[in-house]
Design a protein. Sequence first.
Length: 281
Amino acid sequence: MKRFGAHVSIAGGVENAPLNAAAIGADAFALFTKNQRQWSAPPLSEESVEAFRRHCAAHHFDPDFILPHDSYLINLGNPDPDKRRAATAAFTAEMERCHALGLTKLNFHPGSHLGKSPVPEALTNIAEGVRAAIDAVPDVMAVIENTAGQGSCVGSSFAELGSLLEKIDRPGRVGVCIDTCHAYAAGYDLATGEGYESCMTEFAAAVGWEYLAGMHLNDTKGGCGSHLDRHAPVGDGALGVETFRRIVTDPRIGSIPLILETPEPDRWADEIRLLRRMAAE
Ligand SMILES: [Zn+2]
Ligand SMILES: [Zn+2]
């Protein structure tokens, strides 16, 4: 069964995330496990971890449907070896926080070559960092998100994600998250039936459905191929409600967390209701 949620706030502590998700009628959610604007954070307190697990259990949130997101500051593709080492350490620490919380996935953006290294080299650097973290922390899957291809960010094409999976070479410990806004911005025309099919055919060939571990359901204010990462509420952007109907009724998309990162939290409950209704039709 497809499950729906949003990237909810952890203000006051990570233990509030499952409560915030329950309040909008979600049966999945995403969260940061620390302030995403800071490099390091004090370790999670025992009380916080215990309360998080208790709140998840009370509201029936299964770890498979919780998709934590790492800090935006981490760039595993940094061409500077010292900075890349620091990024790998920070990414490993994020995985450890997930593991402490009993979570089984960590969603991240592959990274950027900063205009200083060719794409294949950046992909190799990213793969090395991910593999080091996977080998250091058990049970947490690294879930690579496609990007809008803005600036020097890599990973906007499914071919690049497929290449990353191959280079990481840890089947079962890596997955992929498709962000609909990013895919459209990268040039996959999800807004038409034909475009949707060709996008998913390419995904199946370059990545494979077995790797799909989650999706971010965002409408978009940018055009197809614009490389603009501007999320919009479901139905308010260029993708439109029909695109989301295709997704939630697509039998190839299995039992995974489908997460809103849309900009108006007041509307999340309504957006979830709409998605769930379309999925049931
Ligand atoms: Zn996303
Ligand atoms: Zn985005």
